[in-house]
Every structure is written in structure tokens, then in C-alpha cells.
Design a protein around this ligand. Structure first.
Ligand code: HEC
Length: 136
């Protein structure tokens, strides 16, 4: 009984330990850049999954808005904690991502499908441009 309990506790610790940071877990301020980027991918998924030019539906507005706000939060952590470790162009890409995400929030508030698409394109471009320069 006790042995089984200890064993399951070990298994649980191992499982949690091995999983690392969950991409949608609250930010702790000590994530590696790798972990932040995994979260970034998870946060951006609903945006990149949209068909370009598809009309905005009421039901997807909360998801897309949450996506934009989550990207803003993760990007703020990337900028504050990792920009000083990179050449100045790094912060430029991060600011471009910030701009796209802010435009996305505004486009969603206005329920403007064309502006939403443009903002998602800016976001996608910022991810790609930074990766091209800084991701091996
Ligand atoms: C300011 C620069 C910058 C921006 C903007 C950026 N990334 Fe990254 N990303 C990186 C760097 C640098 C790495 C490599 C990190 C590493 O290997 O430690 C990376 C790695 C990744 C990875 C691979 C995970 C890993 O570390 O192996 C994913 C997935 C990813 N980014 C997704 C995104 C998405 C999605 C966006 C946009 C919403 C984005 N990133 C925006 C710099 C950026």
C-alpha cells in the first residue's frame, strides 16, 4: 500500500518533470527562450489555422483575441529577457510582432476581417523574419 503510493508519487513527479513547461501555462518569468517559443507556437495556432480571408464569426472572436493577448504577453517576456543577449535587430522583430498583435486586437474589436487577415500576416512575417535571422 505504502510502496504503491510512493511509486505512483514517483511516477507523477517523473511525468510532470519530463513534460517541461506546458505551452499554455501561466508565465513564470524563468522560462527558457525555447519554452517561450513553444508557448508562442501554441498561442498562434488558432491564428495560423484560419483560412485567409474567411469572414469573422462571433464564436471565434474570443479565441482569436485570447491568442493575440497571449502572444503579446509571451513576446513581452522574450523582449525583456532575451533582447539584450542578441543584436539590435532582434528587438526590431519583437516590436514588429508586438505591432501585429496590437493591430490584431484592434481588428478583432472592430470585427474587421480584412484588417484581421493583414494583422495575422504581419505576425506571421515577424515570426519568420526573426527565425530567419536568429534561429538555427
Ligand atoms: C524576436 C525574435 C523571434 C520572434 C519574433 C519569434 N521567434 Fe520563435 N524563435 C526565435 C529563436 C531565436 C528561436 C530559437 C530558440 C532556441 O533554439 O533556443 C525560436 C524558436 C521557435 C520555435 C522552435 C522551438 C525551439 O526553440 O526549438 C518555434 C515553434 C517558434 N520559435 C515559434 C514562433 C512563433 C509562432 C512566432 C510568432 C508568433 C515566433 N516564434 C516569433 C526567435 C523569435
Amino acid at each position: 500500500m505504502t510502496a504503491r503510493f510512493v511509486l505512483s508519487l514517483c511516477a507523477l513527479t517523473l511525468m510532470l518533470g519530463c513534460k517541461g513547461t506546458r505551452p499554455d501555462a501561466p508565465l513564470t518569468g524563468s522560462e527558457s527562450l525555447h519554452d517561450l517559443m513553444e508557448s508562442m507556437e501554441s498561442a498562434a495556432k488558432p491564428l495560423f489555422a484560419r483560412t485567409a480571408g474567411a469572414p469573422l464569426t462571433e464564436t471565434e472572436l474570443p479565441t482569436l483575441t485570447a491568442s493575440a493577448n497571449r502572444i503579446l504577453a509571451i513576446n513581452a517576456a522574450v523582449k525583456t529577457r532575451f533582447a539584450s543577449k542578441h543584436p539590435a535587430t532582434f528587438v526590431g522583430h519583437s516590436e514588429q510582432l508586438e505591432k501585429g498583435s496590437q493591430e490584431l486586437v484592434a481588428a478583432l474589436q472592430a470585427k474587421d476581417a480584412a484588417a484581421t487577415q493583414a494583422a495575422v500576416k504581419t505576425i506571421d512575417g515577424a515570426c519568420g523574419a526573426c527565425h530567419k535571422e536568429f534561429k538555427q
